[in-house]
Design a protein around this ligand. Structure first.
Ligand SMILES: C[S@@+](CC[C@H](N)C(=O)[O-])C[C@H]1O[C@@H](n2cnc3c(N)ncnc32)[C@H](O)[C@@H]1O
Length: 307
């Protein structure tokens, strides 16, 4: 039986996924809507909101038969429709309900696998229980804080520390570069760091400063000298700048050997800068993901840089 890896492109970023497939030498065997199928087993890609591994075609004789076959494979199913929408929804309605409630920051991730399925033809499903995310179609939502954070950028850091760095933080130092108006600094302040350096050419909001244990520096992050800092547990950047400039800054701090962990947003202008994105990926042990809360930008991170 032929298996496929399914890549569900992010809405409006289909061109990025297509370019990434090309760069990785992955040939698209079939495509419907935002779903790209590549024959065989392949790794997760940055510009796929969900990667579905070991996808198989399954023939069905009725709505009941479809639901029965999916239930036999697993409990949780996220549906992406590529056609036959009503029939697909009727099958989905027969399946156990999935919890789509927004979660709090740092909430434990669902432990049950989240399957992916679609009705490819009226009598043919494509399904797998092996996917890249415990959330249906890779979409996660938070119980937002509508009062404290001065911008919605905080949701990116919430998602990062919930999904990719859920380990507890006990003290230590973090630095937030490109911090104005203060959303990320606020998130870092709510974690248990002893001290948060916050750097931007523009000031952060006073009510964030008033939280205390924040050392705000109003200057360009590109002029920072790693020598002037103690050991940094988390180096966080959400600076609006060319990826190459960010890469140089990150490399300066890496070479100084002072930083344990990095999380940085790589932001793009009109075009995605693949050249520098791939240079970030060459940094050993690091990863790039497109968070659900990222737009035309991706998140690069490196944990345990000094180990
Ligand atoms: C997207 S905003 C950051 C939002 C912030 N993370 C938050 O949660 O509120 C990008 C910031 O990068 C800052 N920036 C641009 N160039 C900079 C530089 N050379 N040094 C420091 N900050 C810079 C801008 O002033 C802007 O405040």
């Amino acid at each position: 039986m032929t298996v496929y890896t399914g890549y569900l492109a992010i809405h409006k970023f289909e061109a990025e996924l297509e370019r990434e497939l090309e760069i990785r030498g992955l040939k698209v065997a079939m495509k419907k809507d935002r779903l790209y199928l590549v024959e065989g087993n392949h790794p997760q890609l940055i510009w796929a909101q969900m990667t579905a591994f070991d996808l198989e075609f399954i023939n069905i004789t009725s709505i009941n038969d479809g639901a029965k076959k999916l239930k036999a494979l697993g409990r949780n199913w996220g549906l992406f429709t590529v056609g036959h929408h009503r029939r697909a929804q009727l099958i989905q309605d027969e399946l156990p309900k999935i919890n789509k409630k927004p979660i709090p920051f740092r909430h434990a991730l669902p432990s049950m696998p989240m399957g992916f399925w679609t009705l490819w033809g009226p009598d043919q499903m494509l399904a797998t229980q092996k996917t890249s995310s415990p959330f249906a179609l890779g979409e996660m939502d938070f119980q937002e804080d509508k009062e404290m954070p001065p911008s919605r950028a905080y949701l990116k850091l919430w998602e990062f520390f919930t999904v990719y760095a859920p380990e507890a933080i006990h003290g230590g130092v973090s630095i937030d570069v490109g911090s104005c108006p203060g959303g990320w600094t606020w998130v870092l302040r709510t974690l248990e760091f002893d001290k948060v350096y916050s750097v931007d050419k523009a000031p952060i909001e006073k009510r964030i400063m008033d939280l205390g244990r924040i050392d705000f520096r109003q200057e360009s992050a590109f002029g920072l000298d790693p020598k002037n800092f103690e050991e940094i547990d988390w180096f966080c950047s959400d600076i609006i700048c060319y990826p190459e400039r960010l890469l140089n800054l990150v490399n300066r701090f890496r070479e100084a050997g002072k930083v344990k962990n990095f999380v940085c947003t790589i932001k793009y202008q009109a075009e995605t800068d693949w050249e520098n994105t791939l240079k970030f990926l060459e940094i050993p042990g690091s990863r790039i993901v497109h968070l659900h809360h990222n737009k035309h930008e991706v998140t690069w991170f490196l944990k345990g840089a000094n180990s």
